[in-house]
Design a protein around this ligand. Sequence first.
Ligand code: NDP
Length: 300
Amino acid sequence: MPASVIDGNKISQEILEEVSQEVASLKGPKPTIAFVRVGEDPASVFYVGKKQKVAAQVGIESKLNLFPKSCTQAELCAAIDVLNADPAVHGILVQAPLPDEMNEQEVFNRVDPRKDVDGFCRDNLGKLCQEDDSGFVACTPAGIVELLKRSDVNTEGAHVVVVGRSLIVGKPAALLMIKKALPGNATVTVCHSRTKDLGAITRQGDIVIAAIGRPGLITGDMIKPGAVVIDVGINRVEDATAKKGYRLVGDVVFEEAAEVASQITPVPGGVGPMTVAMLMSNTVKACKSLQGEQSLAGKL
Ligand code: NDP
């Protein structure tokens, strides 16, 4: 296996250590994040639990707001309004997926942009387009940038092929890669389900970011020798030999791609832990900025 493995567990621990030190140095109330979860979807229960655990580890307070699957979008939005107005809450995360009857983007847009630590509301997506660093970048693409930065991957002039155009991963990842600063300054191609001859495009990529949600769609022959491969996908595939009856795999066939790539992220242990670490980092940023606003208001 010529590729070196980009260790997301290790890099995320470094970030969490930095966040922890920053939290310890803060004056005033502790950074606080409110989680909003609707229903009992097992993956959502797991992810929110994991985020709460990591928050506690770095000294961030968390509050869990649970709603039954039967709640309406109006009720959920009213609850978000209460959190928006609560000065003790600095960050708000609405765990996706929401029930099918709800318009997820409308709910995300309801979160006060200053507390939108997930970076999903239109103001923060707009700030990303405008390269305004006062906004929040969605945690997964922000984590990808940190992985590249801390693995000494030079994006300047590189051809980055992003597969996937979702608002939470593909699109913001592409915007970050074309940013007029490093890591960025790349030439970016975005592929999606209507792209013709995907392999012909991914094979041009110096960096391939796969955010598709299709297990093993990207095979070794779709990767240019020496490319850097970032596998965002988290897919469950049945595995009778595994304790839980399934195992997690990415969108890339790891064993094949690792034979040709120079660096590659594993699944699990690549992008996943980075997403949680960046959420903590965004929460501290929100806390500092809101407290700055409050102290300024106090002086006026
Ligand atoms: P979405 O389903 O929202 O988007 C998937 C994208 O992949 C779409 O743009 C879709 O195209 C494209 N696509 C689907 N099939 C193909 C195909 N055959 N060829 C090319 N493109 C295709 O998924 P997300 O962006 O939310 O998530 C993607 C993956 O990343 C999932 O496995 C998810 O679990 C994982 N994920 C991991 C995170 C982490 O922390 N590591 C965080 C978030 C997501 P089109 O737009 O045309 O439909």
